[in-house]
Design a protein around this ligand. Structure first.
Ligand SMILES: [Zn+2]
Length: 272
């Protein structure tokens, strides 16, 4: 029941994240949602998370233009993530601070996939919520670390990516990735935070190989039918030189590490 209640809340937040991701830097999140193609205002029954997209089979009610699968995916992912966090036996105060971190991580991952950019406000907001959560965890006795360590955790986990950014002058890595990794230290602690950063490279390498495979003819056919409007949606352009956003891998890696910790699941190659 806990899982379902938090999951449903996550679906609703996911629906809001879609609006945030779509409108960031362009227009206010207030105001009605409309079809991107025919500009018809959407009614409440067009905005039920996941259900509306499934019932309309991914097409606008009026003009039949395709609606990206990104919308139900973001809702579903946020629903699952909220459910998993809510179901873990955390003190309520920590759960309340964990949910905005999770929501911002989802938004950052998807936004970076679409625009190869991580909005500063979201990365810092995520770090601030994670820091508040870490303070609460220490204050309530849930985690036992000293205050000096608590203060630097985020900076330690961001440091490797910051160095990569500095050394490569921004060609290997954006500064946004380092800002995103700030939250890892306060969310996961230094060891698990660094583990999540390095696991992101492993996941990224595996996915890159798969994407190169998908630039073959069969892969292109499947990808084209998914209507994902992100950077690199044109698979024929995927080569070894393609710029692949790193944020989604960081986010995925962070969630996997976080959930493994919440449920006491052993992490592969975790050295501590
Ligand atoms: Zn339409």
């Amino acid at each position: 029941m806990t899982f379902v209640a938090y999951g449903v809340f996550g679906l609703i937040i996911g629906s809001f994240l879609n609006v945030l991701i779509l409108r960031h830097g362009e227009r206010s999140v207030a105001g009605r949602s409309a079809c991107m193609s025919c500009h018809t205002d959407l009614a409440w029954y067009d905005l039920v998370p996941i259900m509306s997209w499934v019932v309309l089979r991914g097409k606008c009610r009026m003009c039949r233009a395709s609606i990206s699968i990104q919308y139900p995916l973001v809702e579903a992912i946020t629903g699952v993530v909220f459910g998993v966090i809510g179901y873990a036996s955390l003190p309520l105060s920590l759960t309340i601070l964990a949910l905005p971190v999770a929501a911002l991580l989802v938004a950052i991952g998807v936004y970076d996939m679409r625009h190869l950019l991580i909005p500063d406000l979201w990365a810092y907001g995520c770090a601030a919520c994670a820091f508040a959560g870490a303070c609460m965890a220490v204050w309530s006795g849930y985690v036992a670390i000293g205050v000096p360590l608590l203060m630097i955790e985020g900076f330690v986990t961001a440091l490797p990516l910051f160095i990569f950014w500095l050394v490569s002058r921004g060609t290997w890595m954006g500064l946004g990735d380092a800002k995103l990794a700030l939250s890892f230290g306060w969310l996961l602690g230094i060891q698990a935070g660094l583990y999540a950063v390095f696991a992101a490279f492993v996941i990224g390498a595996i996915v890159s190989v798969v994407l190169l495979g998908m630039s073959s003819r069969g892969g292109r056919w499947i990808w084209a039918r998914m209507h994902i409007g992100c950077v690199g949606a044109d698979t024929s352009a995927w080569t070894m030189q393609s710029e692949i956003p790193f944020g989604p891998f960081l986010v995925l890696s962070c969630f996997l590490t976080w959930f493994a910790m919440l449920y006491g699941i052993a992490l592969p190659f975790f050295p501590w």
